[in-house]
Ligand binder design. Structure first.
Ligand code: ADP
Ligand code: MG
Length: 356
């Protein structure tokens, strides 16, 4: 049972790449924390510093109250699972799971008990005599998970462990992973670039971009109150609309001039944008409503299964993403207008920060 604290942690590689910049993050005991961000943003580097494979260039890493910067990886008692399963090809499933326990010099009986226990937990008990090449991708990843669990680590570190699995298996193993983590109560730090995976698994998500932490919060926090335009655009699918707007006051009312059109703001939003001259207006596709009117053109409609995604061309040429309800009869080429669910929109400074 361990709490992990990163305090002003930075990593600069030889050659000068600043992979992680002054990261401050606490992962609570038993928490499922997801590190989320685009490729190259520093997720794996962060994970490998926690594992002890890389040393921070500066800053401190704590396990509970103990600084572990100089602790060898093998002494950290972490269980790691990677994208490529990293199973030993010449060992059976049983031997793969048992291997770290042999290294720990556990008695044979205890090893046998643990291997069988995790194998049944992950429903691979019928595969113990097989070799990795005789397993499907989903089965191999279960074995990798079983090996990590059998070690009874203080912390799980997982780097995109599901990204090699096909969509159906991925959702299955994802659900299993979430259930196991709850059941075992082991602090887990899980890296992914897939925002849907992050939203489904995490107690909290830490969003990173270009080595810099952008926001930490529950899935609900990040989806409904994104702190900046990066998080707003990264979380949610189809992606949120982010539109440059001028703030205009006329006759005591506030308007946003954007999309080649003018939108009157309700009083609570007017109070927020008062004092700004330019803002970035953020609205999710499900919060744009297509109504009768002029100036906007339905450019495309894609059926997504339960609902449809439309691209609606604004008078200035911007394409807005709009989710249409299943009963919508909208067709390509129709001339329409749009309104917004103002209770759900956000406005940001041109720098990208949320205007409070
Ligand atoms: P992510 O896992 O988010 O895709 P990484 O942590 O792997 O990102 O990489 C962050 C940045 O650090 C990238 O620019 C990457 O090229 C660089 N980087 C990662 N590992 C090394 C290394 N061993 N040496 C030099 N640069 C590295
Ligand atoms: Mg990575």
């Amino acid at each position: 049972m361990v709490r992990v604290v990163l305090e002003n942690v930075s990593k600069t590689f030889k050659g000068g790449v600043n992979a992680v910049k002054n990261l401050n993050l606490t992962i609570n005991d038993k928490e499922f924390m997801v590190l989320l961000g685009p490729s190259g943003c520093g997720k794996t580097t962060t994970l490998l510093m926690i594992a002890g494979v890389y040393k921070p260039t500066s800053g401190y890493i704590y396990f509970d109250d103990r600084i572990v910067n100089d602790l060898e990886p093998k002494d950290r008692n972490v269980g790691m699972v990677f994208q490529s399963y990293a199973l030993y090809p010449h060992m059976t499933v049983y031997e793969n799971i048992a291997f770290p326990l042999k290294l720990k010099k556990l008695p044979k009986g205890e090893i046998d008990r643990r291997v069988k226990e995790v194998a049944s937990m992950l429903r691979i008990d019928n595969l113990l005599d097989r070799y990795p090449r005789q397993l499907s991708g989903g089965q191999q990843q279960r074995v990798a998970l079983a090996r990590a669990i059998a070690k009874q680590p203080d912390i799980f570190l997982m780097d995109e462990p599901l990204s090699n699995l096909d969509a159906k298996i991925r959702v299955e193993v994802r659900a299993e992973l979430k259930r196991l983590q709850r059941e075992l109560g082991i602090t887990t730090i899980y890296v992914t670039h897939d925002q849907a995976e992050a939203l489904s698994l995490a107690d909290r998500i830490a969003v990173m971009n270009e080595g810099v932490l952008q926001q930490v919060g529950t899935p609900d926090d990040l989806y409904n109150r994104p702190a900046n335009t990066f998080v707003a655009g990264f979380i949610g699918s189809p992606a949120a609309n982010l539109v440059d707007a001028d703030v205009v006051e006329a006759g005591g009312e506030y308007y946003l001039e954007m999309l080649g059109s003018r939108f009157k703001l309700p009083s609570d939003l007017a109070a927020i944008v008062k004092g700004e001259s330019r803002v970035i207006f953020m609205v999710r596709p499900e919060d744009v409503k297509v109504v009768e009117g002029q100036g906007f053109l339905v450019y495309s409609v894609e059926w997504l299964g339960r609902e449809a995604l439309a691209h609606v061309r604004a008078p200035d040429g911007t394409l807005l993403r709009v989710l249409l309800p299943p009963e919508s009869k909208l067709t390509i080429g129709a001339e329409v207008s749009v309104t917004f669910n103002y209770a759900k929109v956000h406005v940001y400074k041109p720098s990208g920060e949320l205007i409070a």
